[in-house]
Write a new protein. Structure first.
Length: 544
């Protein structure tokens, strides 16, 4: 066991004092206590010792109901650029304080988004970082702003509910959306809200401040909200226009995801009566994030996440089997060029040039085409609300429990069983098919039970390890699956290193697919992971 002084030195090496960067994010670590720990006493002990290094450090529970995860925040320090030192500091914390696990709340940029041309106010979907995964806008779709809803047979689902005198358009279903917050956009006028929250500011105002910069994407939360919740009164119509919106400002930018903040957003949503949670974001694995998702699912909340953009393989939280991962397609029912894909995908929905609300600081609110799995998952979340409203959430929970399922399991099963499958559909990489809202609402509750996959282990640690191992299998190969490696401890660091390598891959401008990565330099690893690696495939990949 290392000393407290050694742990403080490791933290000091991993963090820096901020400069004038307005995107500054305080350094934070998530700390998982052992079952035998007294959460109150342990929190005070850790805070007292960490104050020897930084007197302004604050240690608090993740939420009112999750006191076995503590968050240690250093408000005057931010993480440096060396990921290896950052993870080494987390391992030092776990060792010094005898924790079950510790991890850095490392802001990651593994969810690329389209950039905006400065030469025009019209949205120009460009490649990001040379990835070549975003496509041009399609002027021919301007006459069909509801094409995405039509592709999912959403209007037919509305009519089906009306004909049977059932609640339609997601009436009274609460959809929570951890994102960048929202703005006062005409397309969101009249939307009902419940328990809005700013996780970052710790208040009830989730307004997106529209910060601009190289790692910012202002208005992302407004755009994704519009495709799920906008009323039928203007250009954009959400897939569930009568649902209730719970906007949660949990991140400053989808380009810099904080796992702890997203976990806090999920906890808030569950505690305040959300029925559906949609996450148009993604990053690395995290025990705080996984536990929050698991608690939501156990509370019979439907939880969905975007499969991801440009890095090809599904990112977290979508990669957790507890979560429903949604990939993106275009108006021709073909995979969107930039969609992440693979066995972790459950379903696909429109994600290329979907009409959404657009807001940028200094410009009038507008509407335009947007792309990314952010919109695919938001549209699908609206369909979940249609299903819950049509049948009655209490009825569906009872039906699911009678079948020894969670509501999440039942919804995923029916969503896949009723999916629309175009000719030549790639069901391994793109899920069961494209969402068919009308077929979903009409489906028998037992549909697809004969096609259910093998059950996953109940143990959260085992499920976490499986998620990381499947990622490594897809990105490196079976030779990398080292049996004696602690995949749960090192999973976030391994995922971070592999995803950083993937973002350095090259592709021609407008190219059809991403080429094999060319890494300029091996990723920085912690001494602990470098020592634990035995797999020749991983050692070669990481330059160890």
């Amino acid at each position: 066991m290392i000393s407290i002084d050694e742990a403080n030195t490791a933290i000091a090496n991993a963090t820096v004092r901020p400069g004038a960067d307005f995107t500054f994010v305080p350094a934070r670590f998530a700390l998982l206590l052992r079952q035998t720990d007294d959460p109150v006493a342990k929190r005070q002990h850790i805070e007292d010792r960490l104050k020897l290094m930084d007197p302004n450090v604050v240690v608090r529970p993740l939420s009112s109901l999750e006191n076995r995860i503590l968050v240690a925040e250093f408000p005057d320090r931010t993480f440096g650029t060396d990921d290896g030192q950052t993870f080494a500091a987390a391992y030092a914390l776990a060792d010094a304080f005898d924790l079950k696990q510790a991890e850095p709340d490392l802001p990651t940029d593994f969810f690329p988004q389209p950039s905006r041309s400065s030469a025009t106010k019209d949205p120009i979907e460009e490649s990001v970082g040379g990835l070549g995964c975003f496509t041009p806008a399609q002027p021919e779709l301007n006459e069909r702003p509801r094409w995405a809803l039509n592709a999912m047979r959403v209007a037919e689902a509305w009519s089906f509910s009306e004909q049977r005198q059932r609640p339609d358009r997601g009436a009274n279903i609460v959809i929570a959306q951890p994102d960048t917050g929202i703005t006062n956009h005409p397309e969101l006028t009249g939307v009902a809200q419940r328990a809005p929250r700013d996780i970052l500011g710790r208040d009830g105002d989730p307004t997106d401040p529209l910060e601009d910069g190289p790692l910012q994407n202002p208005g992302h939360g407004t755009g994704t909200a519009s495709v799920v919740i906008s009323p039928e009164t203007r250009v954009v119509t959400g897939s569930a226009p009568k649902a209730v919106h719970m906007p949660i400002r949990a991140i400053r930018s989808v380009l810099r995801i904080s796992q702890v903040s997203v976990a806090e957003g999920i906890e808030w949503a569950v505690d305040h009566g959300a029925h559906v949670i949609t996450m148009s974001l993604g990053g690395i694995p995290s025990f705080s994030l996984h536990r929050a998702v698991r608690r939501a699912v156990a509370s019979d909340v439907v939880v969905l996440a975007a499969a991801g953009n440009c890095v090809r393989t599904v990112v977290w939280p979508a990669r957790y089997d507890d979560c429903i991962a949604v990939a993106g397609v275009n108006s021709n029912d073909q995979p969107w060029r930039g969609t992440c894909r693979g066995a972790a995908v459950s379903i696909s929905a429109p994600g290329e040039n979907v009409f959404r609300a657009r807001t940028v600081r200094g410009e009038e609110p507008s509407v335009g085409q947007g792309q990314g799995t952010s919109f695919a998952v938001a549209l699908t979340a609206g369909v979940a609300a249609l299903w819950l409203a049509h049948h009655g959430r209490a009825n569906l929970i009872a039906a699911a429990h009678a079948r020894r399922e969670t509501l999440q399991d039942m919804f995923r099963r029916l969503l896949k069983a009723t999916a629309r499958r175009p000719e030549g559909w790639d069901s391994f990489n793109m899920g069961a098919g494209i969402v068919d809202a009308r077929a979903l609402l009409a489906a028998d509750f037992d549909a697809g039970r004969d096609l259910e996959s093998a059950p996953q282990p109940d143990d959260a640690v085992a499920r976490e390890e499986i998620a990381v191992q499947s990622f490594v299998l897809e990105t490196v190969g079976a030779d990398a699956l080292q049996e004696d490696l602690d995949w749960n401890q090192f999973g976030p660091e391994i995922a971070t290193a592999l995803l950083r390598a993937r973002l350095q891959r090259t592709a021609p401008e407008g190219g059809e697919a991403l080429r094999a990565e060319t890494v300029a330099a091996p990723p920085s690893l912690s001494p602990e992971l470098a020592q634990a690696l035995r797999s020749p495939a991983l050692r070669q990949r990481f330059g160890v």
